[in-house]
Design a binder for this molecule. Structure first.
Ligand code: HEC
Length: 167
């Protein structure tokens, strides 16, 4: 144990950059393909900061495939399974900063459902959408696995239109 500790600290001392490097892709079938094919144009952090269900990941992987990702068509489902298992809604969610939202009906829902499972609330406060676009964004989030009923989606849409729509 002691030996291991010294070996580990020697390694960290020798490679301070490594010790501070961002979290790496989790282990699992498909990891090697993602680590190779999905990091040629952007860092793995782009992937690790996203949360989507399998259907939405599939759309995304096909999009990347068309853009030139080095994935064979037989590997696509393995990649989709890996991404959905590790980066699905509510899975391995990073710790988010709380953000004060304006009062009003829907505030609690937005706080709980839009700022915890997949991304933080700055994604909302920084977005500039018109009223119609917010309806489309919420519908899209429902499609990709946001933990919402259709009724809650309506309340949230109204709240976002009131507080975050472009004037
Ligand atoms: C040929 C270059 C290329 C490869 C290879 C590639 N991507 Fe991308 N990816 C991009 C570009 C360019 C963007 C930013 C443009 C956009 O979001 O439409 C992007 C954006 C993303 C995003 C963020 C999208 C968003 O809405 O913010 C994710 C997630 C992603 N890629 C996942 C993957 C995965 C998974 C793979 C492997 C199957 C992959 N990428 C391989 C070019 C690539």
């Amino acid at each position: 144990m002691r030996g291991l500790f010294f070996a580990a600290s020697a390694l960290l001392a020798a490679a301070p950059a490594l010790a501070q490097s961002p979290p790496q892709l989790p282990a699992g079938e498909g990891r090697e393909i993602v680590a190779t094919a999905c990091t040629q144009c952007h860092t793995p952090q782009v992937i690790m900061s996203m949360r989507k269900n399998a259907g939405a990941w599939r759309v995304h992987v096909y999009d990347m495939f068309v853009r030139g990702a080095q994935v064979t068509d037989t590997e696509i489902e393995t990649v989709v399974d890996y991404l959905a298992a590790n980066f699905g809604p509510g899975v391995n969610v990073p710790k988010y900063e709380a953000l004060a939202l304006p009062d009003g009906a829907g505030r609690e829902l937005v706080q709980q459902r839009c700022g915890t499972a997949c991304h933080d609330l700055t994604r909302i406060s920084a977005a500039r959408h018109g009223r119609g676009d917010w309806a489309a964004v919420v519908a899209h989030m429902l499609n990709i696995g946001a933990p919402l009923t259709a009724e809650e989606g309506k309340t949230i849409t109204a709240y976002l239109q009131k507080n975050f729509a472009e004037k």
